[in-house]
Design a binder for this molecule. Structure first.
Ligand SMILES: [Zn+2]
Length: 133
């Protein structure tokens, strides 16, 4: 298939599929903070986790169903496959590398799907809490 989308249009499409600081993520963070689970944002370790509990050495990633190929919700894009497929594959590979590196450095890694937050924030918090104990 010939790629007919201009660079500008593509970047507009991409910006619509946001993966960071979505409303959902922000509401989840607030919920977590209100429950006295005090994380750090933008803490600089491998892979730039979304939330980091420094003293407990727990790194939390909130993975977008689209960008990280969630087995329940990811649909292969119909257009621009040459662009999307390698990009998503790279995300997948990078996530694996990041997990390995962090674990080697003594971190516990928690990966939560975007849809899990959508479905049940309390369950996700419980999951994180489990690693904080
Ligand atoms: Zn999903």
């Amino acid at each position: 298939m010939v790629d007919t989308v201009s660079k500008e249009k593509r970047s507009r499409i991409m910006s619509k599929i946001k993966s960071k600081n979505t409303e959902l993520e922000i509401s989840f963070r607030k919920n977590l903070w209100n429950k006295k689970h005090h994380y750090r944002l933008h803490y600089k370790i491998t892979g730039k986790p979304d939330l980091v509990f420094v003293s407990k050495k727990v790194a939390v990633f909130i993975d977008s169903c689209f960008w990280h190929k969630c087995p329940l919700h990811h649909r292969q894009p119909n257009s621009n496959k040459d662009y999307w497929i390698p990009k998503i594959k790279r995300n997948e590979e990078r996530a694996k590398e990041v997990n390995k590196t962090l674990i080697r450095e003594g971190w516990k890694v928690v990966r939560i799907w975007e849809h899990e937050i959508k479905d049940n924030q309390e369950k996700c918090i419980k999951n994180i809490k489990h690693y904080l104990m």
